[in-house]
Design a protein around this ligand. Structure first.
Ligand code: AP5
Length: 209
């Protein structure tokens, strides 16, 4: 079994992707984002990607067996031997139970943000397809020279965000208690500036060292 993995947990748009780089820099663990893996599969046009796209565009969770298969395959890679940073996984109790069998999770950092703030964050999000950098029209504007190449995710619209939030509250949020019962949950206030949240994330990682 691989050692010491961290889970970055929170609602859609909480800032998991924004903060992941800081944890990667601090720990040297690779970021494993199921959202990014699914978007790559969609871009590649694979049958799995095409099937997943229907769920993603509707703001619904992709079925557990697909996600667990992706994770099992990813953890076979050499860079996962010393643990990874899971971003956006697990999102259901069955996913967490599967993870428990294949990896040792040492902490779950939960970024807490209220629903109203989430909608504003997601609708204003822009991505740089060349670097993967995440921007926001108000909270983290991109440099003017790259503005024209920025894209908006197809699921980043107000209707889909509401569905994603509902999926989060019904299927994913119960995992916070599940991890708290195991003594692994570290909750931080995500309703603050990117820098302030970053400092709290860093403190959470160091506490757990
Ligand atoms: P995924 O890609 O994982 O999306 P998500 O969880 O909805 O998370 P996001 O990427 O939207 O948000 P984030 O927390 O990373 O926020 P970010 O840092 O970008 O999943 C997409 C879909 O794939 C799902 O809907 C589902 O269909 C499927 N899927 C993926 N994993 C799955 C799984 N395990 N099981 C089943 N299905 C799965 O920040 C958001 C914005 O806010 C940015 O613009 C950013 O600049 C800004 N921002 C960040 N922090 C702050 C701050 N502190 N203050 C102000 N603005 C901020």
């Amino acid at each position: 079994m691989m050692v010491g993995s961290i889970v970055l947990f929170g609602p859609p748009g909480a800032g998991k992707g924004t903060q992941a780089g800081r944890i990667v820099d601090l720990t040297g663990k690779p970021q494993v984002s199921t959202g990014d893996m699914l978007r790559s599969a969609v871009k590649a046009g694979s049958p799995m990607g095409m099937a997943a796209k229907k769920f993603m565009d509707a703001g619904l969770l992709v079925p557990d067996e697909v996600i667990i298969g992706l994770i099992e395959e990813r953890l076979q890679e050499d860079d996962a031997d010393s643990g990874v940073l899971f971003d956006g996984f697990p999102r259901t109790i069955p996913q967490a139970e599967s993870l428990e069998r294949i990896a040792d999770v040492t902490s779950v950092i939960s970024i807490e943000v209220p629903d109203d703030a989430i909608v504003e964050r997601i609708v204003g999000r822009r991505m740089d397809p060349e670097t993967g950098e995440i921007y926001h029209v108000t909270f983290k504007p991109a440099p003017t020279e790259i503005e024209s190449r920025l894209i908006q995710r197809p699921d980043d619209n107000e209707d889909t965000v509401r569905a994603r939030l509902e999926a989060y509250h019904t299927q994913t949020a119960p995992l916070a208690d599940w991890y708290a019962e195991r003594g692994l949950l570290i909750s931080i206030d995500g309703n603050a500036s990117i820098e302030e949240v970053g400092s709290s994330v860093e403190a959470a990682v160091r506490t757990n060292d």
